[in-house]
Design a binder for this molecule. Sequence first.
Ligand code: FES
Length: 98
Amino acid sequence: MFKRSEQDKRPPVQIFVDGTAITARQGDTVSAALLASSRDVRRSTAVSGAPRLPYCMMGVCFDCLVTIDGVGNRQGCLVPVAEGMRIEIQKGKREIGK
Ligand code: FES
């Protein structure tokens, strides 16, 4: 979806997206890492199931909601990646307690 600059020399950070390891860069937000991963990272809304991708990248639109380390409905555009972080792409309605 997006291509990283070859001049980006920031240290790599390994995160897991739906169980698959991907390499982000130190300082990336979760949403930036997902968009740069070349994976299908579309979530689907709880009401209509419509696909969504991070849009505003500044905490306004809520189109970037993901589950991070077991906590749902986190705004990926506001959370920096951390080594070993586990991210799940939300699909439709969440179950209570997740
Ligand atoms: S991308 Fe808009 S709130 Fe995160």
